[in-house]
Design a binder for this molecule. Sequence first.
Ligand code: 4AD
Ligand code: MG
Length: 441
Amino acid sequence: PQAKKIKIKDIANYIGKRVEVHGWVHRLRIQKGHAFIILRDGSGFLQCVLTGDLANAYQTLTLTVESSLAVFGTINKLPEGKSAPGGVEASVDYYRIIGLAPSGKDSFTNKIQEGTDPNLLLDRRHLALRGETLSAVMKVRAKALAAVRRFYQEEDLTEVTPPCMVQTQVEGGSTLFSMNYYGEKAYLTQSSQLYLETCLPALGDVFCIQESFRAEKSHTRRHLSEYTHIEAELPFITFEDLLDHIEKFVVHIVKYIMEDPVSGALVKKLNPGFVMPKEPFKRLQYVEALDWLNENGVLNEDGTPFKFGDDIQEAAERKMTDTIGVPILLIRFPVEIKSFYMKKCADDPRVTESVDLLMPTVGEIMGGSMRIDGKDELLKGFKREGIDPTNYYWFTDQRVYGTCPHGGYGLGSERLLAWLCNRFTVKDCSLYPRFMGRCTP
Ligand code: 4AD
Ligand code: MG
């Protein structure tokens, strides 16, 4: 009978029918006149069974993992108790090898397992990506970005694409990657925030999903040199509005990700203990966090108790978040540990209208603030940071040609995924991670 060429994800619609499926040999088992192939096509996994002459054929006996195949067979529902992906199996009557993968020392399995070099899986990322965990995280990642776009579309934010090659800094000079731009000094962008701010009078609420770059000179679980930055900027809001928006954003994107049959199932598999974040999030002021840390015996990096003005470093931040165990909006950081553009609180000029969103297991996944909207105040911010404002004329003009109160935030997509998918490091959430010492493959 005729066979329809289908994707494995649609297999349930073809019970009792003959189909043609293309994919890669994910797993292979040959025993007593039967060959079992788990075929993978990127949309799902399908158990294929070969019997009789087909199972005993030389082509089958010498088949290798990761070979690509065209498989023809009839789809059968498996009886209760027999397990296979989707509860179905293809009874194969014919198959063709498209690309035979090597055997022996060059086999796929050897390529990702040989030796004890901890860098092996990073050097062989192109092969490791085929594994169940990494490919699952990449599927969730795609769905997460779609969920973000869906939320912004529903809330009517306009998507823009700011440049990655820039001549300004946003988050401090020490993590800038610089480059030679036709003989001029330029940088890889650390954040698209300043560009988003300039879009407000033209487009209203805006967002972007753009790569950001940070020359992080240390190895941590949550720092990359290049990461996918989800940023939004909103005019005519208050700090309270910003916090409410962030809460709504996070709750909605997680809901969309978990409601999606593909990403919902994958997150549950990768992170069986996952708890949906609930509104309202716990709000904690920076000074209250210091009290919490000191009361709970968590010390500063130099071994002393925390005092006003100290940065709460990764380890302490995670300790606090893991112990409290729910998402925290940490707000009102001191001026001196935050960026030049952050607006001061009207009731206490020592602190800013700033927020970090902290999640258990990861800590900070998002940072945001209200922005200084007066030109003179902004120039003072530049001065405090030792930044020459000349190159920022277009940003400063935002405050000249019809300024407005505004604020926004940036969410690190790899950190969001590390939290959602329960990954130890953000490196597991990036397709080809870049960090100090690695820019390949
Ligand atoms: O806290 P950050 O530095 O804030 C900004 O860049 C703001 N300009 C964003 C804005 O208001 N539009 O970075 C925002 C988020 C962090 O919370 C973190 O999730 C992520 O970006 N991030 C990184 N992710 C991976 N590797 C790095 N090196 C990161 N640096 C920041
Ligand atoms: Mg931050």
